[in-house]
Design a protein around this ligand. Structure first.
Ligand SMILES: C[S@@+](CC[C@H](N)C(=O)[O-])C[C@H]1O[C@@H](n2cnc3c(N)ncnc32)[C@H](O)[C@@H]1O
Length: 203
């Protein structure tokens, strides 16, 4: 018999196919939005680790025609039907990352999303380390691309480095809420942080 996780996977896979979303992950952002009302109409949203584009599709609906979504990934992303999504093919490690994003976004972002994830090796502690390194890169980018008071939503992995990560993130925001969207697999170590009230630092 299929496990709960397998059934969940299949359920969201089929739902995404029926509803025209590019990933099962789309439902995680929908669930985050339902709980926290993160993205408002007219917002500028930067989606880091956006391929194949499910979160960007969902964010594009939330921001509406007057808003904008910038979808960033090191992998190619197929063009979207919606006109309010711009695609940027960039590796998070690039030095000019923030400049490139800022140029395309046209202003500071109201919301930075990060569903960034590397290839999983199966070694829990190594995978968690790599994941949380990506979170640090995203946090660094926030300093250049997120407006004061803005919101950062990021995937994190509960592993040996989570405390260090918390120490980096906490001073930079007024409030951090943790959430595991129902679409997350039960066995997964991932969860999402919804960080609000961004405090810019110098430099
Ligand atoms: C879980 S997927 C994102 C799924 C996406 N939210 C969706 O709904 O379609 C994680 C993405 O992070 C990207 N990624 C991982 N490391 C990266 C890096 N160093 N620079 C840019 N993108 C990266 C991967 O290429 C992958 O597309």
């Amino acid at each position: 018999m299929a496990s709960i996780d397998e059934r969940k996977r299949e359920y969201y896979y089929n739902k995404a196919k029926e509803e025209g979303y590019r990933s099962r992950a789309s439902y995680k952002l929908k669930q985050l939005q339902k709980k926290f009302y993160i993205i408002k109409r007219g917002n500028v949203v930067v989606d880091l680790g956006a391929a194949p584009g499910g979160w960007s599709q969902v964010a594009s609906e939330f921001v509406g025609r007057k808003g904008k979504v910038v979808a960033v990934d090191k992998q190619a992303i197929a063009p979207f039907e919606k006109k309010n999504i711009e695609i940027l093919r960039l590796d998070m490690r690039r030095e000019d990352l923030a400049d490139q994003i800022f140029k395309v976004a046209g202003s500071l972002a109201d919301v930075v999303l990060s569903d960034l994830a590397g290839n999983v090796t199966g070694n829990w502690s190594l995978d968690a380390d790599r994941q949380n390194y990506l979170v640090l890169l995203a946090l660094e980018a926030c300093n250049r691309i997120l407006k004061e008071g803005g919101t950062f939503v990021t995937k994190v992995f509960r592993g040996p480095t989570i405390q260090e990560l918390d120490e980096e993130i906490k001073p930079r925001f007024q409030k951090i809420k943790r959430f595991r969207p129902p679409a997350t697999r039960k066995r997964s170590a991932e969860e999402y942080y919804v960080c609000t009230g961004f405090k810019k630092t110098e430099g």
